[in-house]
Design a protein around this ligand. Structure first.
Ligand SMILES: *Cc1c(COP(=O)(O)O)cnc(C)c1O
Length: 438
């Protein structure tokens, strides 16, 4: 399989190059030259398969012979050591819980796979790859715990001092080993500026191979298609041939794009509801075909606060820029903060289920979509992207009850914080990076 850039002016590359580079030289995002296909017969053969077997069947088509199959199988076993439960709220609404990984958010699915691929490709060339990321939350912790202990890789992450929650800070600063946390006396924009400068600093590139691990990397996207395929198989085992709807809480639209890959691969999915908060640039595009991104607005579903989503370019490419074709597969629905809190309350009252704010946005969007009379009788799957314990403040504003903190989160809370404090002066970052062993 080869990979093209969405900007169409870079030469096609292998999965190895696409993974290690992240962004194409022409500034575009990598997309597969063709989307691998599963025939109905192949899909029937996956009946009863485990999550990891389904993941392997998909990964093998995207990666081809570039990784020996037994090693690819081992990597997947190491990635997904946790469950992906499909919880039934009622006979036609399900919640797919994507928060059972080490950092309690769905970004573990992409980051853990990307980390292992990066480690494998770096080892082939006998290189040490330094992943440099600026983070204000979930991505950084998924990257820290995803790359932890992966040979031939190390991570340097920058976070703004005092601007992440205490829980997030613990997740960012406790991985240890090959993961270095830098607490920057500045804001998130300072962190991003410093990282950008490091990527173009010739004195560093002589010494280090730097790469980023943000959500534009194709090797973070491919593994996110696994749990769509898994949910369709689970429903098929329950109901026979059905075509579920998926409601996806969206920020950079990577999660949604991975769902589109799953549908185009042939997994039975009837429609997507792209749920957003007040950051509705793509929602409005889906409605009228005009893309007019707004500055980012802060909401209660913070992980979806993105004014100009990075994966929109990939989404457009996958539909040949055809707005009507995209609209046949995806409906965009925006949900306001007030409704998000009301939904957390009503889901708890009706089902005894505590949804995190991002999950609540998607739940509400599915309800609104159905109330317009669409897709009656089709099962709906709401993707739950985070554990409610990650957003205790929002939950306590919505409900009169405490959320139970899962054991794996308590463990992280008890670990020792390890971070080096630097100012927002780029030279301090350069000094730190130059001081790392090679
Ligand atoms: C990152 C994130 C999202 C948004 O996912 P995208 O792939 O960027 O659309 C939604 N919910 C949570 C909890 C997240 O961490």
């Amino acid at each position: 399989m080869i990979y093209f850039s969405t900007n169409k002016s870079s030469i096609p590359v292998s999965i190895k190059k696409a993974t290690l580079e992240g962004l194409a030289p022409d500034g575009g995002l990598y997309v597969p030259s063709e989307i691998p296909h599963f025939s109905p017969g192949e899909i029937a053969l996956l009946e009863g398969a485990s999550f990891n077997n389904i993941a392997f069947a998909i990964a093998k088509k995207f990666i081809g012979a570039e990784i020996p199959l037994d090693l690819l199988g081992d990597m997947i076993e190491n990635c997904y050591t946790f469950e992906t439960p499909l919880v039934e709220l009622n006979s036609d609404t399900f919640i797919e819980e994507l928060f059972c990984g080490p950092t309690l958010a769905f970004k573990d699915y992409g980051a853990r796979f990307l980390a292992r691929l990066t480690g494998y490709f770096a080892a082939e060339d006998n290189r040490l790859i330094t992943v440099l990321v600026a983070t204000s939350g979930d991505t950084g912790s998924a990257v820290a715990y995803g790359f932890q202990g992966i040979a031939n890789t190390r991570v340097v992450l920058l976070y703004p001092s005092g601007k992440v929650s205490p829980l997030q800070e613990q997740q960012l600063t406790t991985a240890g080993g090959n993961v270095h946390a830098l607490e920057v006396k500045g804001d998130f924009d300072d962190c991003q500026r410093m990282v950008k400068q490091a990527f173009v600093d010739p004195s560093l590139s002589k010494k280090l191979t730097l790469t980023s691990a943000n959500s534009i990397n194709i090797s973070r996207l491919i593994p996110q298609s696994f749990y769509y395929a898994w949910a369709t198989q689970q429903l098929r085992e329950r109901f026979g041939n059905v075509e579920p709807l998926f409601a996806v809480p969206s920020g950079n639209y990577g999660n949604l794009t991975a769902g589109i890959l799953a549908k185009k691969m042939g997994f039975p999915i009837s429609h997507f509801i792209a749920a957003s908060n007040a950051n509705d640039s793509v929602t409005r595009y889906l409605y009228d075909g005009r893309y007019d991104p707004h500055p980012t607005i802060t909401t209660r579903s913070t992980a979806m606060d993105v004014g100009n989503p990075s994966n929109f370019a990939r989404l457009r490419y996958l539909y040949n820029n055809d707005h009507a074709a995209m609209g046949r597969d995806i409906t965009g629905i925006a949900v306001a903060d007030k409704e998000t809190l009301e939904t957390i309350r009503s889901v708890y009252e009706r089902f005894g289920y505590t949804a995190d704010p991002h999950t609540a946005v998607a739940f509400r969007a599915l309800e609104l979509y159905r109330s317009s009379g669409e897709s009656a009788g089709k099962p709906g799957v709401v993707l739950s992207t985070a554990h409610p314990a990650k957003f205790l403040e929002v939950i306590s504003d919505a409900l009169d009850r405490e959320v139970e903190i899962p054991e794996r989160l308590k463990e992280v809370l008890n670990k020792k914080k390890m971070a080096v404090t630097i100012s927002s002066d780029y030279n301090e970052l350069a000094m730190f990076l130059n001081g790392l062993d090679c």
